[in-house]
Design a protein around this ligand. Structure first.
Ligand code: ARG
Length: 405
């Protein structure tokens, strides 16, 4: 009888390389590897592809997901100004769903019974893989070898690897756990585990230190059409090009570093460092345009839902029904989010210094303290009286009570 098949999310690193062998040797499965290109830096993916074959995988795929990642995943994050704990633009949380989609596609093509990932049992990514697979293919079973292993130390893992013919990296492994894509980089572990430690400068690759950034500010104009950026300084590009360009501009000005203590899905607090120059700059510009173009109640309500959206994505629910409904809500008002934002980068800061739109709700006649004032001052007194009435009634009761006690 033919062996059952498993599709493994493969990165080329030590963990997932051990997974290839383990799935073959211990579970007697045919292993199909898939590596996704989501715009990560060390994307020598042809080498990764070959490495999987050398380890005995029966098939090895490298899938370029960049365009799709931008146009079906990151777009939604921009609409929703998605920032987990008001800070983190969900770099890893957004890439897992697109990877899962292709794992499932390949699993179907090969009639695979299993999908496997190399996540540990302590992080969020295991949940994103597994809940994602369950949503798209509830019949496919999930294998998580790394979570099962007793290989708790890096040394014992290397020993196991050497004994089973998995090439062990000769260079000293980075002490950090890094995940990156077009939307930014996540860096954790090593000396960063102590939140009192200032991160060493050499962990950053997308941003220069603010103090090393140019002494003169850099200005740019970013244009949005229906909620998405389409031009920088008059030059059009698709979303991927705009994001890449924004990463460069914001990064060279030292903008986009995040140092936070994050609440993981599994209940642990962890110290996480990110650099997300393009993501943060685009979201900031989008927020600035929404402030100008969206009606007050809608803007307030949306802001509350944005926090729910980010939490939900962080918590691995990309494919859950509530998420689709929230997306629809976020999408609806975007047709008014068309216009231009002028941004000023300077030594690690970003300031919005101009915004304009044909959909602007800003009415100079209503806002001005100068000439041409069209605001009806007489309406203010009655409006304030009624709006303060409940407070007044409450306050009067307090006074009476105090006197009677
Ligand atoms: N804490 C972040 C998140 O959950 C980043 C995870 C990075 N993943 C990794 N394997 N280093 O989204």
């Amino acid at each position: 009888m033919a062996r059952e098949k498993v599709v493994l999310a493969y990165s080329g690193g030590l963990d997932t390389s051990c997974c290839v062998k383990w799935l073959q040797d211990e579970l007697d499965l045919d292993v199909i590897c898939m590596a996704g290109d989501v715009g990560q830096e060390r994307a020598d993916l042809e080498t990764v592809k070959q490495k999987a074959l050398d380890l005995g995988a029966i098939k090895s795929y490298v899938v370029d997901m960049r365009k799709e990642f931008c146009e079906e995943y990151l777009d939604k994050c921009i609409y929703a100004n998605g920032l987990y704990q008001d800070q983190y633009p969900l770099v890893s949380a957004l890439s897992r769903p697109v990877i899962v989609k292709h794992l499932v596609r390949i699993a179907r093509e090969h009639e695979a019974k299993y999908i496997a990932h190399g996540c540990t049992g302590k992080g969020n990514d295991q949940a994103r893989f597994e809940i994602g697979v369950r949503a798209l293919a509830p019949d496919i079973e999930i294998l998580a070898p790394v979570r099962e292993w007793e290989l708790t130390t890096r040394e014992s893992e290397m020993e196991w690897a050497a004994a089973h013919g998995v090439p062990v990296p000769v260079t000293k492994a980075s002490p950090y756990s890094i995940d990156d894509n077009l939307w930014g980089r996540a860096i954790e572990a090593g000396v960063l585990e102590d939140p009192w430690n200032e991160p060493p400068e050499d962990i950053y690759t997308m941003t220069v230190a603010p103090e090393a950034a140019p002494e003169v500010p850099e200005y740019l104009e970013i244009e949005f059409y229906q909620g998405l950026p389409t031009q920088i300084d008059g030059k059009s590009g698709d979303l991927q090009e705009i994001i890449e360009k924004m990463n460069l501009i914001a990064g060279r000005n030292g903008y986009g570093r995040i140092d936070m203590v994050e609440d993981r899905l599994v209940g642990v607090k962890s110290h996480e460092i990110y650099e997300c120059p393009g993501a943060l700059a685009i979201i900031r510009a989008h927020q600035a345009l929404e402030e100008l173009c969206l009606e007050r109640d809608l803007l307030r309500y949306k802001h509350n839902l944005e926090q729910n959206w980010a939490q939900y994505i962080y918590d691995a629910k990309w494919y859950a029904p509530l998420k689709h409904a929230l997306d629809a809500f976020m999408r609806t008002p975007q047709r008014f989010v068309t216009g231009t934002v002028r941004m000023k980068f300077y030594k690690g800061t970003l300031t919005v210094v101009g915004r304009k739109s044909n959909y602007s709700l800003y009415d100079e006649g209503l806002a001005t303290y100068g000439e041409g004032d069209s605001f009806e001052r007489a309406d203010a007194a009655g409006f304030i009286k009624l709006s303060g009435l409940p407070t007044k009634v409450w306050a009067q009761k307090q006074v009476t009570r105090e006197h009677t006690i």
